[in-house]
Structures are given as C-alpha cells and as structure tokens.
Design a protein around this ligand. Sequence first.
Ligand code: BGC
Length: 350
Amino acid sequence: MKRWISLLLTLSLLCGVSACGTSESGKVSETEEEKKIQIGLTFDSFVIERWQRDRDVFVSVAKELGAEVNVQNANGDVEEQKKQIDYFIKKEMDVIVIIAIDPEELRDSVARAKNAGIKVVSYDRLIDDADVDLYISFDNEMVGTLMGEALVEEGLGDGDYVIMLGGSPTDNNVPLVEGAFQKVMEKNKVTILDILHADGWRAEIAASYIYSHIAAVQRADAVMCGNDDLATQVVRALAETRRAGDILVVGQDADLAACQRIVEGTQLMTVYKPVERLATRAAEASVALGRGETLGGEDLTSIESGTYTVPYIALEPISVNRDNIDEVVIGSGFHLKEDVYLNVPDQMPQ
Ligand code: BGC
C-alpha cells in the first residue's frame, strides 16, 4: 500500500512538471521505464534504401520515449507479414506498426489486433478499409504532382510522350502517386504511351521493359519511375540502349544513386521525403497510442477509408532537381556532398 501511495505521489509530481501522460513527445521518466510500451514493427522489406533509415529513426525515437520496438522484416512476402502480426498479437504488444505489402490481405490481421485491444498504425502505406488508429505518410498525391510538374517545367507538353513504370500494384501509394501524375499529364496534353507495374517493387521488371519495348522507348520523351530504385535500373538500361540523358527520368525517395544521377544529368528530378520526420512523428504517435493517449497536433487530420474515418498525418514531400539539390538534400544532411558528387568532384560546391 505504502509503495502505491509513494508511486502515485511520484507520478503526480512528475506529471505536474512534465505533463506526462498527456504529452506525445515527453521524455521518459523513471516510472514509465518500469512498464515499457511494446511496439511491433513489420516492414515490407529493406531492399529499398530508405527503409533502413525509417527503422533506425523510429527505433531510436521510440526507445528515447520509453518504448521497446520489435522489428520484423517480411521480405516482400505477405504471408510472412501476417505471421509477424499474429506473433505480435500473441506477444500482447501495445501497438503494431505496419508497412503493408498488400492491404487487402492484411485487413483480417488488423481486425484481430484491434479485437485484442492493440493499437494499429499504418505506416507510409494505408491499409485501406481497416480500423487503423493512425495512417501516417507523405502526401502521395503530391509526390505524383511534383513528378509531373517537374517534367512540364522542363518543357514536356502537347505532342510529347511519357512511359510510366510504376511500383507494386498492391501498394496503396501507387495509384495515389500515379493518379496525380496522370492529372498533370492530361492537363498539359502529354500522351501516356504505356503503364507498367513492377510486382513487389522489383526493379528488374522495369529494366526489362526498356529492353523489350525499344519502339516505345525510342518514341518517349520521359519515363516516370515509381521510385529511385526502379529509376536506377531504368537509367542503366537506357544507357545500354544509348538513351540515358536524352530522355527525362523522374523518381522518388532521393536515394543516393538518384541524387548522383541528378548532378550527373541522367535523372531530372526525385521527390525527397524527409523520412526522419516521418519516423520521428510516427514513433511519437505510436508511443502516445500505446499509453492510451488521444492523438493531437496541428498536423493531425482524418481521411475516409472505406467504411472508416481514419486519423491521418500527411507530411510534405519536396521536389529536388539540379537547382536545389545542394540546399535540400545536402543542406539537410540527408546525403553527404562528397557522396552526391562522387563521380563529378569538379562540380562539387565549396
Ligand atoms: C514508398 C516509397 C518506396 C516504395 C518501395 C512506397 O510505398 O512510398 O517511398 O520507394 O514503397 O518500397
């Protein structure tokens, strides 16, 4: 009994000064340390450069806030991802954070987690028509708009042709990015010659399109790549068919290789998504949900998702080209100047 009274006293004192229990970003106190929030985090895969950064930042911020994170990698296999979610449910995690391979396949898993009283966060990709407690991502429509606008600013317009080599057809972000991109093309009377989707975001599928559709590629003025990893393979294939540099290529993620291509002139632009911000915000929100707090913050909105209204945080992506790469990508510390200019050191800013 005495122990409880002293615990309550300590808690009320701590809460008095640091508003604990209500603050999403409050640092961990010793009392909270005793009952760490358990978070299960399942990734699609780590093949794409950005996801390691997402993981590292999420884990470190969550730890700092007094949580423990169990990270799993589904290696692109949705059955494996289901098993991982079941494992998290069995382990009675407080929160499960999912980078979904295929929302349709995961709706039941989300429902099972929710029935078990576990909070679920849909990270970067929406598990649509599911009762998730938060969907946090970059504005995917804006990603597509920025890609389209970059091409238009470069002169693409009436009478020009673009090929779209998109990502996984089961990734909820893909139609959002592509739909917004297509709108910009339509508005500017650019013809879409062809659309391909790379299953499981496998970049070799995009590359083999270039080799096997020579006539379309000869005709195209631009290639919209679903992300920079696809762009890497596409530009390699274009180089082999002697078209790299004279066909405009856009992507997303600001992968190092893409940033190098931007300064070298074989990729027009990429969309930089500050994943540190996303992972930090997601970790803070996950810990808050785990503690039973109500989410708040100016960036919190909601979206309609099937039969549900889901709390939604959308962060802004940033268009990066030759003109602003030094400021946006290098200036933010996302990549080092020496790495970006590795192959063209004479162009490196002082
Ligand atoms: C993400 C991209 C990423 C892709 C492949 C998408 O859902 O938004 O940033 O490149 O998945 O992992």
